[in-house]
Design a protein around this ligand. Structure first.
Ligand SMILES: [Mg+2]
Length: 365
């Protein structure tokens, strides 16, 4: 089998789908990071110069060539391009052998996958809607713009948001708090003390992940598990987090971390530090599908984020039952895309929101 063409599809709201075609009629789907999508689509086009004409089944070898062969390694753009292509190669291999991807990665070690979604803390109806889907875990960001050292009133406001969400969802639903890298280590430590009585499941990106030692200091001081990883890529990016004990939960995003097998390697590294895996996935349904394949076959899986289950886009969207999605059984990524629908979802160029403090200076979103 040979790769004949690689297509990228930009889809609203911010999704970048990858389709790898072969001379045997089997095609594979993948999803790359949707932010900076046009730049990443160009990077995929550059990778296709190497990939077209090659055997799609040599996934590890192609990964090595795409990653190391670039000489300039790293960065979200190159790793997102590799990730989208890598998922599609697994989809092809699975379909060609008539097995799900997890069946090629050691087989499933669970029957169902616990999932969670984001909520709007300000919108009770939205929270009720999410709970009505049967979810048993939800996530939100309790902070907006926050200076390196800010008024205690901002922390009190965040506590009021958490208390209100706790009242609405009750004691049995897990609440995850995403600090989104908006909070400095000093403010994060103070905030976690105030949040602890409401028993958050974990705190995500308590500070920016550029200085892992700072995150490790927070992790040593607070009594809530720390999660991080959405902005890290490859096993090299996660190494220091584990070595410094900066997090109890790793959140590789398979659309940027290097793909499904890189996620498996990161999970194995985490296993040796008794660290759990909760893949990041706020993008499209192909990424959800790729993530479920990994979740099925890693022993230290914790919980899966999702934003889309493939409603409209998949011939058979994923279904949540009592907080879980059943491990998919179909070959490859186990999905069939309704490509006609894509035309109805034209992509509009976008940037992530840009925030400013009241004095006009830039604030992390
Ligand atoms: Mg996050």
């Amino acid at each position: 089998m040979k790769i004949t063409e690689i297509k990228t599809m930009l889809v609203a709201p911010r999704w970048l789908f990858v389709k790898v075609l072969t001379n045997e009629g089997i095609c594979g789907l993948g999803e790359a990071l949707g932010d900076k999508a046009e730049t990443i689509a160009t990077a995929i086009r550059e990778l296709s110069r190497y990939l077209v004409g090659k055997d799609p089944c040599l996934i590890e070898h192609h990964w090595q060539v795409m990653y190391r062969g670039a000489f300039w390694r790293g960065g979200p753009v190159l790793n997102a391009a590799i990730s989208g292509v890598e998922q599609a190669l697994w989809d092809i291999l699975g379909k060609s052998l008539n097995v799900p991807v997890y069946g090629l990665l050691g087989g499933k070690c669970r029957n169902k996958i616990r999932v969670y979604a984001g909520i709007n803390y300000n919108d009770e109806e939205n929270i009720e809607n999410v709970l009505n889907k049967g979810l048993t875990a939800v996530k939100f960001s309790p902070f907006n713009q926050l200076k390196l050292v800010d008024s205690y009133e901002k922390i009190k406001e965040a506590v009021r948001r958490l208390r209100r969400v706790r009242q609405i969802v009750g004691e049995k639903v897990d609440i995850m708090l995403d600090f989104h890298g908006r909070v400095s280590p000093a403010m994060a430590t103070v905030a976690c003390e105030e949040f602890a009585p409401y028993h958050p499941f974990f705190i995500e990106e308590p500070c920016l992940p550029e200085n892992i030692e700072c995150m490790a200091r927070i992790a040593r001081k607070v009594n809530i598990p720390i999660a991080t990883g959405e902005r890290l890529f490859t096993r090299f990016g996660f190494r220091e987090v584990l070595e410094k004990g900066a997090a109890s939960i790793l959140q590789p995003d398979l659309s940027v971390c290097g793909g499904i097998m890189e996620g498996k390697k990161i999970a194995a590294m985490g296993e040796s530090y008794y660290v759990a895996i909760a893949p990041h996935c706020p993008y499209g349904p192909i990424l959800t599908a790729a993530s479920l394949q990994l979740d099925a076959c890693i022993p230290n899986f914790l919980i899966q984020e999702y934003s889309s289950l493939g409603e409209e886009l998949f011939k058979e969207p994923f279904i949540i039952k009592e907080g879980y999605i059943e491990v998919p059984k179909k070959p490859g990524l186990g999905i069939e895309l309704n490509e006609e629908i894509l035309a109805k979802r034209p992509y509009k160029p976008h940037d992530v929101p840009r925030w400013y403090h009241e004095d006009g200076s830039f604030a992390d979103w």
